[in-house]
Ligand binder design. Sequence first.
Ligand SMILES: Cc1ncc(COP(=O)(O)O)c(C=O)c1O
Length: 379
Amino acid sequence: MEIDPYPSVIPYGRQWIDESDIAAVVETLRSDFVAQGPKVAAFEAALREVTGAGYAVAVSSGTAALHLSCLALGLGPGDCGIVPAITFAATANCLRYVGAEVAFCDVDPRSGLASPERFSEVLRRRPEAKVLLPVSYSGSVPDLASLSKLAKEAGAFVIEDAAHSIGASYGEGTPSGACEHSDAAILSFHPVKHVCAGEGGAVLTNDASLARRVRTLRSHGIEPREDWSYDQGELGYHYRMTDLQAALGLSQLSRLPEFIARRRELAKRYQNAFCEEPFVSRIQIATEDEQSSRHLFVIHFRNEQERRAAYAFFHRHNVRVQVHYMPVYRHSYYEGSESRLCSGAEAFYATCLSLPLYPLLKDEEQEYVIQCLRAFLES
Ligand SMILES: Cc1ncc(COP(=O)(O)O)c(C=O)c1O
């Protein structure tokens, strides 16, 4: 079947900034504060409301949030953390920033999620591991209750990487980021994520002293005092979020229900389309999780050759599909790290492809993506 390229480029993800978001930023630009003002605190309060976490500390990126979580938990040289092999590199890098080692665990070859069993396998080899970093890959929250039990038995912390899952829920409807089963969770406000703040991130926790530590570390390690003086008690960073970013984040956060509803609607349309031939016998959907926030819509081909060919076909037709992710241990920086048991991650990586999914994706653009896949499968 022949199909013409789409007249404009369809990305795999992008932000949706509307006039209300622009007005919120302009209002802040006209106000007395553009850096450290009331919007950061208001954004943090709104994040607590949405996630149910007791404390939220806004920072400059999701990566900074991961770094500060590791620091605040006291992780350092000689420690080891367990990270799912399928994630963005930042989930592992935060351990390296504090001088800790990374041990990668395997994931389910379809969902890309690391189950408690996969973490447990690595814990048997590395019983000294001090932290587990489960990732809510694509917007699906892993089995945090069991992971927390496992971590407690091992004397390890849990930092949830919830960069993909604000607005998702798990179990009986607990919101992602509530930190019911973790010491801390992190969010990202990069433009392809649900809530865009230009760039930005947050640490969520129910532990008051951990939140205080993250707050101090995001601003040079300096403790403010009542009067003019201040003291830098330890070496911190400049990882603060600005009021401009927070104004955008706050406005976007008020639109989160609309964003999630549209993402779920688009995901359902893909699911319905792929129930039929030629799709049903040639591709599989990575997850049908109804509680997912649908950050990514991932499909699997039968083998790596088909995935490679499909990637090239989509790109020739102006559809910028992506691969999320190459197992982190394959990056040259991580060469030599243990990866011998990650056959699930290898299978996942070989066959996965993320289709366009973002609230601004028009129905006709999605229809084109589906027809493009049909044309590929019938070619
Ligand atoms: C799973 C995951 N963790 C962490 C991050 C880092 O977030 P940021 O880009 O805000 O630093 C990302 C960003 O892509 C991510 O996808």
